[in-house]
Write a protein that binds this ligand. Sequence first.
Ligand SMILES: [Zn+2]
Length: 543
Amino acid sequence: MKTLLVAAHLLKLDRIVSRTDHLLLVVHSIQAPVRCPKCARVSSHLHSRYERTLADLPWQGIAVQIKLQARRFFCNNESCAQQIFCERLPELALRYARKTLRLNEALQWIGLMIGGEAGAKVAAELGFRVSPDTLLRRIRAANLPVMSTPKVLGVDDWAKRKGQTYGTILVDLERHRVVDLLPDREATTLTHWLKQHAGIEIITRDRAAAYAEGARQGAPDAIQIADRWHLIKNLTEVVERFLQTKYSDLQVAAKQNRQQPVTTPTVVKAESKQLPRTRLALWNERRQARYEEVRRFWQQGATIKRIAEQFGMHRRTVRMFIRTESCPERLKPCSRISQLDRHLDYLAQRWAEGCHSAADLYRELLSRGFRGSQSLVRHYVAQWRSELPPELKRARRGPGTAMPTIDRKKLLVPSPRNTAWWLLQKQENLEAEQQVYLQKLCEASPEIAQVQQLAQRFARLVRERKALEFSSWLEEAAKNSSPEIRGFVAGLKRDQPAVEAALKYAWSNGQTEGQVNKLKNLKRSMFGRAKFDLLKARVLAAP
Ligand SMILES: [Zn+2]
């Protein structure tokens, strides 16, 4: 409990002096009995008095100084080497300190929570007189909480400097706490840490060889679990590489798909003009489902980038979903949407033909009697634009200029990356057009059909943790004609116990990635200049 006067049972307040910019509390010590610090014998033999000035917690935003009359005593113990001693007031301040203990604690807390630069600004506002450097010293001096050794440890890397140097984060998955940061991601560093923290039973990690090796050396008895997210991600990359070698099949399938009646799946057309609300409700329903799924992935620790990739959404939208407490309803007046209704078929057709300029489309619609605004058109095609491959999204055109150097037909071929994602998705999660495209693709190439079948099975057995089906899958996949798939199989076999554990145990590294996100935010708040020890202190002190 904090009292107005610090260590009130040891001090007597003589008077309060109001100075222009601070309050001065004049106090003297009434501590009794007083013991010699060397021999601990009680002494009441006063030698002299002296003055100490200590900064204390501010009062109402006004700095407070304590002017303390302290005492020196004789030690009456003849066999003691200390003849004269200053009385110690350990509850008030350390021996030569110029700040009270509670002031130092408050500064340390501010430093750990807000950091040096920002902390100093906040502190100044509250009446503390402190420089950023002092706060940094307080952070460094902090006694970090002693963490008990976790039973289930999540291991992941984090970028100390983007793409250059990496550190390792260690998370207690049961207590949901960061237990330590390591300065690099070398196997030996992890080994060393694990040896000092015996008793870890389960280690979840990504599929980096260094962590596998470090865990094997440092905690040979622990069960290693490969991260399921990374398993799927690795597979997707493998399928993407495989599809890069099959680009002509992608072109064929895309072409056949175009010959189908153009359906633009994100457009939910009103059956009749009398029912615009229903259409809006439908839209919002789909949006709600998507919103909930995004939130679920986020809570499981997926990064924004991953979610955006997973759902083919723009990162901005993902971020918006995560930030908002409930699904943002689409509130656009229906009458304005219905302005476009008559023109949707035309719009979709022109889009499919490769006209992706909202300005051009708007002009064309005007000539067909459209009375809405350009921003309405822009808003509408934004959904379609978000589904384009990245090289196309950036291809903006000035008014009236032809699309330069880009073969429109070629651009309508989905990228191997998008195709790989779709191949791994559950069919029911795909838009109708994507499903048709995949169907055409598998018809065009039996090899792709086989890879899809293998990839689907693997994704399912990972998602649903079907450990028993794994070995038969491995056997079949090993026979596949694609070197990419066979390479993936070889990698799985090298890491087989950890992969099997991933199918057996529910633990995953999702939470660890969530902690990496927190760490990134903290690092950003330190203007990216965070020294490793400061960052570590703040991460470990975080509540
Ligand atoms: Zn003594």
